[in-house]
Write a protein that binds this ligand. Structure first.
Ligand SMILES: [Ca+2]
Ligand SMILES: [Ca+2]
Length: 565
């Protein structure tokens, strides 16, 4: 029953055990290109809207397609390029960066390479403290602009206001600056910048590296929500370690690719591409795993999605994940689940629920409670402490939440029926054994195993939807249908992340279309919500994110089934 545990946090928690050192980048050695020393004035200057010490980690010059042309790692080897404004290097968590003391500017004696369109920079305000709340980070943030040979090519603003991808704060963030203001680097018809004064340009294209998204309309204005695991990156999960054969389309861009074909979920441009791919195929929201603001999924939500200029094109909701707090034998998290629920609910109320892109249902922020039934099954006290903390804090702060329970399971005699009333709506993350519950057996390794065709999952989903809709109605609770294009955890099983093996075999795109056809009638005409698991859960082979392996196959099916014809 509780076999659906989110495997990724096992490694995550092990990594976070290392403290701050676990979250900072350890960059691989790079080859340094010797450039001629230019004369005054400095060819490249950074200027700031406030005088604060700023730690520079690394700087990449990118061409129009996101290929790094040149990289400066701000350890000792960069010293020969430093002009005015620089202090001593600073160490943090085993890495080293140079501090610009930021008396309004600091200069580099380096000519930007001729074909460089952008700077990609990783930096933070000193003192570096990643354990700072999102809104406090924004309050502490400073804006950086760039001057090339005396001309401001990017002043850190956007015509519509600030641009968070050009801001830094006390947590390391990836930032982007424009070097070629007159170009239309991404060829979407919007020039990178407009000229607002002699030698002064300001950003015009919301994201000059990614063509503007063109969201499609959906039938009956339905919102398709894709579940998203924001855990990929070279600090945490490396895709080749989990699914070596998978090559996401976004990882073709060299500046976004890390460690083989992993992308970095802390990069706003990764989210920019994902938002574009999603909204152009009828997906209007992401449901993100989130167990703590200071775990990798929290850092990636804030440093990545919320800093993407294209976040305005999509909605997001949090998927509260208490798995590490309740399965203590596997995750070794000290906090109790009830305390954690109170802490993270309050954090979300203070920092995230009022974001303009936060998904609201009946004018309340929507929250998905992951593994609700499984937690009730194995840890009754934790379950009720979680519910009480979420509801209690939201009531106390007068900020009601629309709580969605992960309740649908194939076993109808269990606790799921009992807990339906705790939610505003019920659904399921993924019913891995749908239509094949009696296929479970113990394999020769002594582990639980289920191998059954995906076609049975398709019909099983239809059966479960019929049953759970009736239960929801009986309790006067809303119902949100769910769909998946497959499930196969063979890689996670072999790696030891999962202690069970579940393979739904011979899953075809045509059968995915059939599953959608069967669950679509369960969309509530008032809510207009349906969930798709998943965008990028590569470990479970349910992902629909475009890859070189199958292109846009699954997104095209979503578009075909949900797009307005
Ligand atoms: Ca453009
Ligand atoms: Ca653009």
């Amino acid at each position: 029953v509780n076999g659906r545990k989110l495997w990724v946090l096992l490694l995550l928690v092990l990594l976070m055990g290392g403290g701050v050192g676990a979250m900072v980048a350890i960059l691989a050695p790079h080859r340094y290109v010797q450039l001629p020393q230019p004369s005054q004035p400095p060819p490249l200057e950074f200027f700031f809207n406030e005088s604060k010490p700023v730690v520079f980690d690394y700087l990449q010059f990118l061409d129009a397609d996101g290929n790094p042309v040149l990289l400066l790692d701000f350890n000792q080897s960069v010293a020969e390029y430093l002009g005015d404004g620089w202090g001593e290097p600073e160490y943090w968590g085993g890495d080293e960066g140079w501090v610009c003391t930021a008396y309004k500017n600091c200069s580099l004696n380096i000519n930007p390479p001729k074909d460089a369109h952008f700077i990609r920079l990783r930096a933070a305000c000193a003192p570096v403290n990643p354990y700072t709340e999102w809104k406090q980070l924004l309050r502490n943030a400073i804006r950086i602009g760039v001057r090339v040979n005396g001309t401001i090519t990017d002043d850190g603003l956007h015509v519509n206001g600030t641009d968070l991808t050009k801001c830094i704060s006390n947590r390391f963030w990836i930032c982007y600056y424009i070097l070629k203001p007159d170009a239309d680097s991404d060829k979407d018809g919007i020039p990178n910048c407009i000229k607002i004064a002699e030698k002064h340009y300001r950003a015009l294209d919301l994201n000059p590296r990614i063509p503007e998204p063109k969201p499609i309309k959906t039938r009956d204005n339905i919102t398709v929500i894709a579940t998203y695991v924001p855990i990929w990156g070279h600090h945490f999960m490396k895709l080749p370690d989990v699914s070596p054969e998978i090559k996401p389309v976004v990882s073709q861009i060299k500046s976004l690719r890390k460690d083989g074909w992993t992308y970095d979920n802390c990069d706003p441009d990764v989210w920019g591409w994902h938002i574009k791919q999603a909204v152009e195929h009828g997906i209007k929201a992401f449901s993100l795993t989130w167990g703590n603001p200071y775990w990798c999924d929290g850092f990636n939500l804030e440093g990545g999605l919320l800093r993407s200029p294209y976040v305005k094109y999509i909605k997001f909701m949090l998927m509260f994940n208490f798995e590490p707090y309740v399965w203590k034998d596997r995750f070794h998290v000290g906090e109790t689940a009830g305390n954690a629920a109170g802490i993270i609910t309050s954090y979300a109320i203070r920092n995230l629920f009022d974001h303009p892109s936060y998904l609201r249902v009946e004018d309340k922020p929507a929250v998905f409670l992951f593994l609700a039934e499984a937690i009730r099954y194995s840890f009754k006290d934790d379950y009720y402490a979680i519910i009480e903390a979420i509801r209690g804090n939201s009531t106390k702060l007068n900020r009601p939440i629309y709580l969605i329970g992960d309740v649908m399971v194939v076993w109808h005699g269990g606790y799921a029926n009992e807990i339906v009333k705790d939610f505003d709506a019920i659904t399921g993350w993924l019913i891995s054994d749908a239509g094949a519950g009696n296929y479970w057996h113990i394999n020769e390794d002594g582990k639980r195993e289920l191998i059954a065709p995906y076609s049975l999952m398709v019909s099983g989903y239809a059966d479960e939807h019929a049953y759970w809709l009736r239960v929801a109605k009986r309790h006067h609770v809303d119902f949100i249908p769910t769909m998946t294009r497959g499930y196969d955890n063979i890689n996670l099983y072999k790696l030891g992340f999962h202690d069970f093996l579940c393979r739904r075999t011979d899953a075809t795109p045509e059968q995915f279309r059939e599953m959608i056809r069967l669950v679509m009638p369960y969309i509530d005409p008032n809510l207009k919500l349906i969930i798709c698991c998943s965008w990028n859960e590569y470990g479970e082979n349910s992902h629909i994110e475009p890859t070189l392996n199958y292109g846009y196959t699954y997104l095209n099916i979503i578009k075909e089934m949900f797009g307005e014809s």
